[in-house]
Design a protein around this ligand. Structure first.
Ligand code: URA
Length: 272
């Protein structure tokens, strides 16, 4: 059996970025789960990416798999990219290297110079190494990150690229505790995503697949959430970690215990 996997960074610039990254002096423990380490990216590092995606911050599934956007948000966005004709030719980074702790940590640090400077070294490296045809920001903080890059000297020096700022894939849940409002907000998000995808499809000249655009309906279906490709994950990652979601959760009876603990449960049906 042969299984593909992500070989990781090969270029000197990315090896350097992953060797020397901001620590808790830049990402304070009070607002980031710095103890779980930085999680840098998901996707192609070798120069074949056509879409650059900026997410927000990693959650517990990302903390285990060491790749970003691999849980529910990642699966939803994998479907968005598929509707753009992009199956594997993407590179994703997050606005924040570390998981945000608390409701307001992200907003509080969205303008931090040290955070932006490191993130923009990644953006510059990825734009230089890939022929990126479209950039997508997921949520308001990711949009701020992209706008900040555009205003930087390096950002002004590179040619303009098609850009869409869309609602974050889990905005329906984060915007309301009520299931009724979540359902309404999902319908709104999918309608806005349909508009963004139509614009992106015209901008992306070299998609992985030239398939007809089937717009979203009013709710996510199972088919709207494709699997995370094996080629995006470190060698030896068990299949169920990318084919299923919900196997990692933060557990604990106090906030401190919960912060320390990620519980991983092998899903039913895996162990014979
Ligand atoms: N996981 C990530 O890595 N980024 C997000 O924006 C959401 C979940």
């Amino acid at each position: 059996m042969s299984t593909s996997f992500d070989p990781g960074p090969q270029s000197a610039v990315l090896l350097e970025l992953m060797s020397n990254y901001p620590d808790a002096s830049i990402y304070p423990f009070a607002d980031f789960r710095t103890e779980w380490g930085p999680i840098f990216y998901r996707g192609r590092l070798g120069g074949s990416a056509r879409m650059l995606v900026i997410g927000q911050d990693p959650a517990q599934t990302e903390g285990v798999l060491r790749r970003i956007l691999v849980g529910e948000a990642g699966r939803r966005f994998q479907g968005f990219m598929a509707k753009c004709g992009i199956d594997t030719s993407y590179i994703m980074i997050n606005t924040f290297l570390y998981s945000v702790y608390g409701q307001t940590g992200g907003d509080r640090h969205s303008g931090d110079a040290g955070i932006a400077a490191y993130r923009e070294r990644w953006i510059a490296a990825l734009l230089a190494a890939n022929r990126i045809e479209a950039v997508v920001a997921l949520g308001g903080l990711a949009d701020k990150a992209w706008q900040h890059w555009l205003q930087s000297a390096a950002g002004k020096a590179v040619p303009a690229v098609a850009y869409q700022h869309v609602k974050h894939p889990t905005w329906p849940e984060s915007s309301s505790p009520s299931k009724t409002v979540q359902a309404k907000n999902t319908t709104q998000l999918l309608s806005e995503w349909n508009t963004a995808i139509a614009a992106l499809r015209s901008a992306i000249k070299h998609p992985d697949a030239n398939r007809p655009f089937v717009p979203y309906g009013t709710a996510f279906t199972a088919a709207d959430k494709p699997d995370i490709p094996a080629i995006d994950l470190p060698a030896g990652t068990p299949g169920w970690m990318r084919l299923q979601d919900g196997w990692a959760s933060r557990v604990g009876t106090t906030p401190a215990a919960k912060r320390k603990t990620i519980q991983i449960t092998v899903p039913n049906g895996i162990i014979p």
